[in-house]
Every structure is written in structure tokens, then in C-alpha cells.
Design a protein. Structure first.
Length: 267
């Protein structure tokens, strides 16, 4: 777990959860934007990804591993005695949703960035059926994810860095896929059980990875007292890496600032 502290007096703490295949180092720009805007940031690599145990790269036994891990990050944020916000990208957004369905946290709001609630490309019926069998007899079998750098972002600098990134995962286990699929299903089945906290969902309009229609369906059904949806029309999946990212960050920061004002904090 890593912590980056704000310049000057901090307004709140942002707990960030990265997506599948990636790691915290890909968030350097976003971390610096939050930090220089007066926010502490807490982040780490999810189990089986980034700088965590390399022998299990691309594998988990249960999606709950992610949920328990992020809960620890949130609890670490409480030590600052400031309002806490949860920001989850892609699979990190799904982890955030499932955490809020299973736990009751002391957080001021949540931001979901292209949350993984449905995939554009799914395995064929044959491969999907086979994955159930493999999950029982060979769950650690790792297969190519089918995702490419070009699908994630239009940012050429990020694409170039990802090609040479040794921490970036290209293969995932059969168990990992089955757990992801189960978590997406639970996000809908337990939609009414989510903690009622202010939510901002920002979705890439030209997402090549996550099905934006599924995200909209989930958002329309989630029973929250305060929720906001914003689609960024031209953007690929990783909205915080896109050419429009400064505008996107300002939109996210405005959401956080408005929540802080609503609970009596001077921003």
C-alpha cells in the first residue's frame, strides 16, 4: 500500500482502485493531479497484479480477495480523519460496487470510471462452457486476455509505455475469468443492497472493452439518493488517460468538491 500526501492542507482522501491487467504506476498523472489539488491518495496493486506475488500473476482464487484488499485501503484512509472517497476504474469499479454491496463504509462518495459491468467481447458459448469445466480441474490455467493497448486508450504516449511495461498482465487464469463473470452478475443481483452514498459514474463513449449499455442499465437501476452519470463521447476505455483527461479530472474534482460542501467542509 502506498500513500501520497497533498500539497498543503488536505481536503479529503482519495482511495483509488485500478483495473484488470494493470497496476498503480500507470496512475502517476492522476495521483499528481489529486495531490496538487489538495487530496491525499491511497493506492496499491490488487492481488495477482502489478508488484504483488508474481507467481500468481493474473490469478485469484476468489473475487473476495479484491474486496477484502480494498476494504483495508479504505480503513487505512480513516487514519487521516478526513472525508474519504472511493475511485474505481474498470474492474476496480466493479470491486468498488461489490465492496459497497457487502460492507457499510464511512465514505463521502464514490467515482466509477468505465466500471466493468459487462464486456464488449465475450468468449464463445463453447469456450464459456469449457471454462466451467476447466475451473474445476485446472483453475490456474492462464490464457491470453484478448485485450490490447490500442483498445484501452487513444493516448499514444500511454500506448508506448504499456508496450514496454513488464508489470502489465497479458494472460489471466480460468478461475480469474469465472470470478469476474460471477462478480458482474452479483453487481446486478444485489443492486438493491448497495450502500446509499453519492455516486458519479463516468463512462467512455467509445469504449472498446466495457459495454457502455450495460453500465447505463446498472446505473439506471441502482437505488441511490444521489447519483450522476456522465458519458465522454469520443473517449476510449481509460478516460483518465485520454487526450481529454484534464477536463475529465476537473469534472471528477467538481463532484468531490460538491460533496465536501454538502457535508460542511470548506473547499
Amino acid at each position: 500500500m502506498w500513500k501520497w500526501e497533498a500539497e498543503g492542507e488536505a481536503k479529503a482522501v482519495i482511495v483509488m482502485v485500478h483495473g484488470a491487467m494493470e497496476h498503480h504506476r500507470r496512475y502517476g498523472w492522476l495521483i499528481e493531479m489529486w495531490r496538487t489539488s489538495g487530496f491525499h491518495i491511497i493506492m496499491a496493486d490488487l492481488p495477482g497484479q502489478g508488484m504483488t506475488t508474481r507467481s500468481r500473476r493474473g490469478h485469484i482464487d476468489s473475487f473476495d480477495e479484491y474486496i477484502f484488499e480494498v476494504k483495508d485501503w479504505v480503513q487505512a484512509a480513516y487514519r487521516y480523519e478526513l472525508p474519504v472517497f472511493l475511485l474505481g476504474h474498470s474492474m476496480g469499479g466493479l470491486v468498488s460496487i461489490r465492496l459497497l454491496q457487502e460492507e457499510r463504509l464511512n465514505i463521502a462518495g464514490v467515482i466509477l470510471s468505465s466500471p466493468c459491468l459487462g464486456l464488449i467481447k465475450t468468449p464463445s458459448k463453447l469456450v464459456n462452457s469449457l471454462s466451467y469445466l476447466l475451473n474445476m480441474i485446472y483453475p490456474t490455467l492462464r490464457l491470453n486476455s484478448g485485450l490490447t493497448v490500442e483498445m484501452a486508450t487513444r493516448n499514444l504516449d500511454v500506448r508506448e509505455a504499456d508496450v514496454n511495461d513488464t508489470l502489465y498482465i497479458t494472460k489471466v487464469s480460468v478461475r480469474w475469468y469465472r470470478e469476474l463473470a460471477a462478480a458482474m452478475k452479483l453487481a446486478f443481483e444485489k443492486i438493491s443492497e448497495i450502500q446509499d452514498v453519492p455516486m458519479l459514474v463516468m463512462q467512455a463513449g467509445d469504449d472498446k472493452i466495457v459495454n457502455k449499455n450495460t453500465v447505463k442499465e446498472w446505473f439506471n437501476g441502482v437505488p441511490l439518493s444521489e447519483k450522476r452519470f456522465k458519458e465522454w463521447q469520443k473517449c476510449y476505455h481509460e478516460i483518465f488517460n485520454e487526450p481529454e483527461r484534464e477536463e475529465i479530472f476537473e469534472y471528477a474534482k467538481d463532484f468531490v468538491s460538491s460533496q465536501l460542501k454538502s457535508i460542511g467542509y470548506i473547499v
